[in-house]
Design a protein around this ligand. Structure first.
Ligand code: TRP
Length: 337
């Protein structure tokens, strides 16, 4: 079975509907077809949050609850805590030996972080090196990431190719690393409740998977719809209207007929925003209810959640040690000890 590795920096503690549509939903599907590793990249989070380890700890718990609540199954998914995998740092050093400094200087993500006010540290430059180690240690074949991370996966490919050429595996005649492919989601980003193109926690326009029924109702009733429509009898626009985008994204098969009918009525000015919004709140709460239930189950068993993360990390560590031994052997660095 091919192996997938993907990950998140624990810089936040809860997921919103945009995260669900953009990545979690896809991961739930992929776990059926691939051996899936999900990495909580706390070492990467430290590049911008080096004085906030305590907050990271809480975020890690939140991410785990988020993963489990949407149906990522610990029997199918290996959850890994990056900082408890020292092999990452060891392989990262070896990767750094093969990395042109100029390549790290040119990474687009670096400029962006510096523009956002991050301190200009070596850790920040090193980001792609560490990420390449994450991907290569479990010999991942496929790396589902957002567009902004594509360059990092391409860097990883270059390193894997370079390593394989420089150090053909001594034993098997095979190369050490499979060349990982990025898997870039093609789903359009979910707009925020305020109609901005992107839902984001810091944008204050997000509906969270952890929001209560009442919070969801309140946020939906306050949603941006069609600014050109003053009265319910004015013909409205469905295209680009977040209310309808959410209905399309979260409505079930059983909602389809009603959604189609609302779209027609809306265009003709035969239904008010309030009615459609009430319907949307129901659709979202139907979607969120099983997620809330599952989350509550896991929330009641914090030792179990911790155990899932520990066992996953142990398994990943075993794989990582195997890979690292192969790496050193291929480099003829296995002398003396
Ligand atoms: N850099 C990724 C992000 O910010 C997180 C990450 C770290 C990751 N290591 C990874 C993603 C390895 C995929 C594979 O989203």
């Amino acid at each position: 079975m091919k192996r997938i590795l993907t990950g998140d920096r624990p810089t936040l503690n809860s997921f919103h509907l945009g995260n669900y549509i953009g990545s979690l939903k896809n991961r739930v599907k992929l776990q059926e077809e691939y051996e899936t590793y999900i990495l909580i990249a706390d070492l990467h989070a430290l590049t911008t949050h080096f004085d906030k380890a305590e907050a990271l700890k809480e975020n890690i718990k939140g991410l785990m609850l988020g993963y489990l609540s949407v149906g990522l199954d610990p029997k199918k998914v290996t959850f890994v805590l990056q900082s408890k995998l020292p092999e990452t740092e060891e392989l990262a050093y070896i990767i750094s030996l093969l990395t042109q400094r100029a390549v790290l200087e040119r990474q687009p993500a670096l400029k962006e972080k510096l523009d956002q006010g991050s301190e200009d540290t070596l850790g920040l430059y090193y980001y792609p090196v560490l990420m390449a180690a994450d991907i290569l240690l479990p010999k991942a074949n496929l790396v589902p990431v957002g567009k902004d991370q594509k360059a990092h996966v391409e860097f990883t490919r270059d390193i894997a190719i370079k390593f394989n050429n420089l150090y053909p595996s001594a034993s098997s005649g095979q190369v050490v690393f499979p060349i990982p492919e990025p898997l870039i989601g093609e789903v359009p980003t979910l707009p925020g409740t305020d109609g901005q193109s992107k839902m984001g926690k810091s944008l204050n326009n997000a509906i969270f998977l952890t929001d209560s029924k009442e919070e969801v109702e309140k946020k939906v009733m306050g949603m941006y719809t069609d600014p050109t429509r003053i009265r319910a009898t004015d013909p409205g626009h469905v295209e680009g209207n977040p209310v309808f985008i959410y209905l399309d994204a979260f409505g079930t098969e059983g909602d389809k007929a009603q959604v189609t009918s609302y779209k027609e009525q809306y265009t003709k000015g035969q239904v008010g925003d309030i009615e459609v919004k009430k319907y949307l709140a129901q659709v979202l709460n139907n979607f969120l209810e099983p997620i809330r239930k599952k989350r509550a189950e896991y929330e009641g068993q914090p030792e179990l959640v911790e155990k899932i993360l520990k066992e996953g990390t142990q398994k990943a560590r075993f794989e990582a040690q195997k890979t690292l031994a192969e790496v050193k052997k291929a480099m003829k660095l296995d002398y003396f000890m």
